[in-house]
Design a protein around this ligand. Sequence first.
Ligand code: URA
Ligand code: URA
Length: 201
Amino acid sequence: MRTTISFTLDDLASLASDCRRCPLAGGRTNLVFGEGNPHADLMLIGEAPGETEDQTGRPFVGRAGQLLTQILKSVEIERSEVYITNVVKCRPPGNRVPTKAEMEACWDWLAAQIALVNPLIIVTLGNTPTQKILNTTEGITALRGRFFAWKGGIEVFPMFHPSFLLRNPSKKKGSPKYLTWLDIQAVKERLEVLRSRNRGS
Ligand code: URA
Ligand code: URA
């Protein structure tokens, strides 16, 4: 007799919950694993938890998170449809950028999340996740707004980080906000194309 054992995101989250793989563990209130639809077509990856996220244990719930929710809403994507996480699961002191070693220590969690969710598209938010996922040192301004073929047929689409948009609130033509509102439309359209292809196959 064969038994099927399925390993879920919840199992992964409980394994991660007492992670001590890097020194960020020592400063956390809560580990912020990720949340959303475990079978999402769209996965979003940020940099690291901020203060509100550390306090609540949930990704993108502070000011940047509220802006992210609005960006998604502008193309009728609900947060509950997508899966949201970060490159590192614990808050760096003073919100500094996570170090290479911290991102390396945390990589297995993210890789397993991606494998379990198996999205059609990954949106990377800002330099940190974009450079980590695409293994490049190129900046977000050069990379955003394009689809990159990634492992397992997944497409990666870099966008500006919502915190960067909070610091650059202009909406005039060509501004980061203006470009972001175009970018999310491109994501929505591409999702529809990829979904209809999947249904056809
Ligand atoms: N910024 C991030 O990159 N991630 C969060 O979860 C919150 C703010
Ligand atoms: N730097 C970042 O890390 N992210 C942005 O979105 C823009 C500049």
